[in-house]
Structure formats: C-alpha cells, structure tokens
Design a protein around this ligand. Structure first.
Ligand code: IMP
Ligand code: MG
Length: 174
C-alpha cells in the first residue's frame, strides 16, 4: 500500500504538542512521586518514548505484551499475556501507557490483572480513543485525542505489522 493512499489524521507536530500537554498534566498530578510507566507492546512504544522525555518526575519503565487472537483488524475479545513485567508493582504508582482504546477489551483485562497485584495507584494514559467502538465501558485517566471510527496507522500503530514507523497518524482511505 502506497503512503499516498493514506490521509493524515494527526500530524507529527499535532501529536508532539498534545504529548507535551499530557506530560505536563501527569507530572503535576504525580508531583513528589516516582512512577512506573508500563508500555503496552508494541503499539505504545513510540508514544511512550516521546511521553517520558517530557515528564519532570522520576520514572521507571517496563513493558507488557498482550494479544487478542488473530491478525484481523477487529479485536476478538480474547486477551492473553505474551510478555509479563520484570518486576513487582506492589505499592508502586503505576501508569499504563496504551496507543489506542477501541473496544476497551484489552485495557479492561490489563487493568484488572494489574490491579490484583496491589499497586499503590493505577492509572491509564492513551494517545487515542475511539469511543464509538466500545464494547465494555472503559475511561482512561488521560487521553490524547478522541478519534472517529476509522482504522488508523502510524506513530506506533500497525496494519499487519506495517507502518508503525510513520511519524504522522494516518487513516487508510476507503
Ligand atoms: P481494544 O481491546 O479493542 O480496545 O483494542 C486495542 C488494541 O487494538 C490496540 O492496542 C491496538 O493494538 C488495536 N487497535 C485498535 N484500533 C486500531 C487502529 O485503528 N489501528 C491500529 N490498531 C488498532
Ligand atoms: Mg496495542
């Protein structure tokens, strides 16, 4: 698929500006505390790396990989852990960093799983939210952009593992 067949939904510049605002709000809310940010592989990697560089509080970083079965663009609702954390989160201030909330199934599973491990606090920041597609109610603590029900790629997000490297967020033209 040629890049010309995709239209830019959010430019790299727009994303950068919004991430600075999110980082400011997060740094303020956690002032005086250290946080553990947990990136959800692989989609959130680019968002996380830009976000943490604008935080003004002490930060630790870890990653989890979760997957719904199948390679189609619709979530199946079945979530499994492909890679778990390298550390205990008990009594830590934990912030889950996600690329996009779609049906809400992935984060609902992840949130409940991590909550059972006894963190001091557990919050979620997502770069993108597609509220129209929700199957289970899930509200992030911080959200970069609400977007319409379109399949987006770039800035970490993929279609069949491609296009994660694109600097802008794009939609596939239909
Ligand atoms: P949920 O469980 O339906 O909320 O799915 C969230 C996951 O589905 C995200 O972490 C993405 O990996 C993937 N996803 C949902 N919508 C899109 C999209 O528009 N583009 C790329 N990946 C998406
Ligand atoms: Mg993801």
């Amino acid at each position: 698929m040629a890049e010309e067949t995709m239209e830019v939904l959010l430019s790299a510049k727009q994303i950068e500006e919004r991430i600075k605002e999110l980082a400011e709000a997060i740094s303020e809310d956690y002032r005086g505390n250290k946080i553990l940010v947990i990136g959800v592989l692989k989609g959130a990697v680019i968002f996380l790396s830009d976000l943490v560089r604008h935080l003004t509080i002490p930060v630790e970083i870890d990653f989890m990989a979760v997957s719904s079965y199948g390679a189609d663009t619709n979530s199946s609702g079945v979530v499994r852990i492909l890679k778990d954390l390298e550390q205990s989160i008990t009594d830590k201030e934990v912030l889950i960093v996600e690329d996009i909330i779609d049906t809400g199934l992935t984060l609902t599973y992840l949130y409940e799983n991590l909550l059972r491990r006894g963190p001091k606090s557990l919050k979620v920041v997502t770069l993108l939210d597609k509220p129209d597609r929700r199957q289970v109610s899930f509200n992030p603590d911080y959200c970069g952009f609400k977007i319409p029900d379109r399949f987006v790629i770039g800035y970490g997000l993929d279609f069949d593992e491609n296009y994660r490297h694109l600097a802008d967020l794009r939609v596939l033209k239909q």
